[in-house]
Ligand binder design. Sequence first.
Ligand code: SF4
Length: 693
Amino acid sequence: MEGSLSSAERVVKTVCQLCVGGCGMNVRLKDGEIVGVEGMKEHPLNEGILCPRGAAAADYNSSPDRLRHPLKRDGEGWKKITWDEALDTIASKLRDIKGEYGARALAVCIGMNMLLGGAATVGLLRRFLDVYGSPNYFSVDSLCFRPRIIANILTFGKFPVAVPQNSNCVILWGHNPDASSPVAARKIRHARENGAKLIVIDPRRTGIAREADIHAQPRPGTDCALALGLLNVIIGEKLYDAEFVSGYTVGFDRLAEHVKPFTPEKASEITWVPAHTIREIARVFATTKPSCIVQGYNALDQTTSGFQTSRAIAILHAITGNLDQPGGVIIASRPHLKSLRLYEHLKEKPLGEDQYPLAYSVFGRMIGEGQGMVLPDVILTGNPYPVKAMIISGSNLVVTWPNSNKIKKALQSLDFLVVMDIFMSETAKLADIVLPAATFLEASDITDMYGFNYALPYVMLRKRTTRFAESLPDGEFWLALAKRMGYGEYFPWENVDEVIEYLLEPSGLTLNLLRDEKPGGLPYGSVRYDQYKESGFRTPSGKAELYSETMKELGYDPLPAYREPLESPISTPELAQDYPLILTSGARSLGNLHSQLRNVQRLRKISPEPTAEISPTTAAEYDIRDGDAIVVETLRGVINTKARVTDDIVANVVNIPHGWADANVNLLTSEAPGDPVSGVPMLKAVLCRVRKS
Ligand code: SF4
């Protein structure tokens, strides 16, 4: 696993996990300490390049703010305790909770870093909960891109991803890859150099939007209406792939009828995008082959029509003949791993499953978790049953989940809260026990998400390169807690490496191969072009379901239907008189990642402070100048921040980034289920008002 530089220095090849990218990273070590990181040239994803976040990994890892030891609440302060005491306390408390309220009174919630942690890390946690008997596992997925996964599985029986690097027309829809996915941005620009057309749909004029052939700036939350407008033009002007439609789809006639009212003029009225631009986008997308739509990480999901927008986009790919095509959308196989789940122990489904059954399983295939947005109410009311304890790992709910005041109140009312994290987050400050987590540079696991994220059939082992104080990898924590609870018969492994070996068995891969022989990873599996021609679709009809009987049976609209945002000048005109502007949140920055990395000085320079972006016309209406201290208010709360007046944002919209504890936009947002299918909240469009401080 190591290549030598000098007698004292060595290099370990690992995977960056400071975003979903998974770039290959060379970590230089001297005397067990990290002395530098570089991009791994031979890695097919990043080809030697690290973005500023990845390049700052060593600073992040050695931050003086890191948690060093387990801590126990001691009055207003904290008492340092040993891991033994922490594990004994947690095990004892979990036994008490189970005895008094039942196993389901424990909920576990994990954030993005932990979710990216890998099959062993997440698998051990899920196995622990199975044996304990609680179905209540939640993750960042409760407010992330679950709607599009459900939408694609319902339409195609699978979740294909866009491959813009081979495309001749790329639509970036609510996507600013320069900030969220620099590796994707490089691939898109590469396609551009080869002559691909670029269309950006985003209320903000981002850097990449300035380079685009067409930039449309829709009203936040209306993307589904825009997609229906595109379908109207493509079907009305017969720009679709008639052979694919007749041979491989069901419901085309109903779809055609359904989108008739969404003329470009009608869609323009709803979305603010000019009708001629809607026509132009539709024509360019449908007539340039291959073409693909790359959705932003959450921009379309966190709306009232989140699921249906993704359904419409899936249908756009299908009827233009871009499914399973290079440069369109495709899937790549991933290694077949053993499962650590013990379903036979589970007696019930998680909270939220009754309201959002498709968010739990589609066509009998498990997506497999509850909808965490129901948790605050369940904790506060005890309805339908009490949830009394939580273990939260790598998730700063108080800052990153909507309606922060409510989630904070809910967490404060728990009998027992454990938070495992790298830093003392706003959420950790509420805990009874705080545990020091290892970073991605200090924990090993299988990285097999390249197929899922980039249709890149590749696998690599993320490796433990160093240790920090008493921090522990999450996987090791769940293994140790399981043994402390007396679950040893279900957890026969001594360490996470043994679990990785176990998981890899069906794949033909081994720990030794990934760690020692192929430390930089290896191609694994294949990309499946024209898969539907060979094996059809894993849907009830065996075809791409433009009209979904499954949706109809469940009481949802079987065709992609637009819903106005729950709060908008159209759906709630009275509220709009008091709160006339649209607040949108969640745009990414290269200088941080959700609530993380703000304590890394070199990254802080990229994104030094929280601001609220407003257009010059909107600013003038409220007598606000660039740099003014302002107050932003919604029905949920109020924050103080600084105005950034820019014509890069569409008028009447206020854009506030998330993740800042001191100007927390989630004090303003709502956890109300925006999307009725997935329960994902409407973080992209709520009503607000602004004034000078
Ligand atoms: S894009 Fe940056 S943060 Fe993301 S994995 Fe690559 S180097 Fe790390």
